[in-house]
Design a protein around this ligand. Sequence first.
Ligand code: UGA
Length: 476
Amino acid sequence: MFSGKSDGAGRAVQSKKIVVIGGGYVGLVSAVCLASVGHSVRLVEQDKNKAKTIKSGRVPFFEPGLDDVLKSLDGHDGFKVFDSLDSAMAFGPDVVLLCVGTPSASGGQADLSQVWAAVDQFCSSVRQECVFACKSTVPVGVSSQIELRIASSLVEEEKDFKVGVAFVPEFLSQGCAIRDFLFTDRVVIGASCPKVAEKVRSFHQPIIDAGAQVFLMSTQSAELVKYTANAMLATRISLINQVAELCEKVGGDIEQVSTAVGADSRIGPEFLAAGLGFGGSCLPKDLLALQKMGAEFGLSMSVVKGALEANQAAREGFLEKILEVYPSLVGKKIGLYGLAFKPGTDDLRYSPGLWLAEKLAERGGTVVVYDEHCQGFSAALAGARKEWKGSLEVAKDLAQLLAQDFLVITQKTEELKSLTPEQFLALTDQAVFDGRNCFDQLLMATTGVSYHSVGRGLEAQKSSAKKLKPKSKQNA
Ligand code: UGA
């Protein structure tokens, strides 16, 4: 972590005054990280309750390490929280960073209502020259439109100063956002004016000194970097999931395939884990928006479309696997490990675990869930109860989860991997459906567990499935 107001070489960091609009995931992480490297930051969160929570030093969602950084800024002049942009702008910022959400609208395109509302508030409250940098993920061309809207508002309101506009995409991954911000691989700066780009570069100096590469380009190119990076990650996952499906038909082992494929330095090992596919608020939303962008220009974006379809097929295929063994789930007690869309977060958006829980319950199963984050602070649990119309029982601990008829795994965690195959014998049916390939299937089969995983060979799958001798009566 950076300390105080000097960079790694002991030089003083040139502190900038920064207003961050939006206290959600990207905004809060950006604000506290920028304050931690020595900038003076004013965070604006218009939801008064959320603003109050942050002011009191608490993080309204789960992100490892974020509460510690927030606490370290307690009482610090360099970090203050506001619930109105106008009050924060009295600070006279050098930079205003836009970090509001751009969720999917009903047609799949990005909903920009929060962006335009914030731009309009900025136009009425800006009092002096500054840079307006957009971090919210916006479709290509939106940063230019923001630039035009701000410029015409300055003329209309006879404000005699300039506001430069830039697009600075974020590459934060939930669960390791602090590291991704402070020790990012790259800082991408889209700006039409070199002076504006330089101002944006300068407030990233501590991050650049920590090793980030800098890429300067047009706002359009920078907007595309963001979407393309997420589409690339998603496409890798979908490709490996399609090959996993083929492995099951022809007898290959996807774990061996992806390890060897990823050892090619041109490819690399990340984002080649087969399983239930990608969930969360970013990959699915950004791929839909990219597809929409292409469609506006008559482009099919067939690779993006295919990645989305393969992703849906991955979770549906896994559900089918369960239903092949249990054609009816009426009266079945199902333990489900992992409710959030991935480990290390309490975010349930487009979560494969939540989706499966709903589908299993719709077919008459009683689903008992366990998530690392259900215990203690229980944010994931509270969110799930709100979002899901069906009933949702929560296991007190892993032992309770293992006391159900069978187990469904949707997350790979250290906690789960620490279980021994023998522990699964506590399940009434001694059956495990593992959507993230957490265990050695031969070891599971030897122990006598009926173990079903993803893309790991016809013969081994079959021999494992044959061992299924439910203790409880199955409803055919
Ligand atoms: C993603 C990107 O990784 C970030 O770089 C980006 O900044 C962020 O979106 C964003 O646009 O804000 P995130 O949504 O937090 O980050 O999650 P990922 O770690 O990318 O995982 C996405 C999903 O893919 C998860 O459901 C995960 O389980 C799944 N996944 C990941 C796989 O199924 N296989 C893999 O090999 C890797």
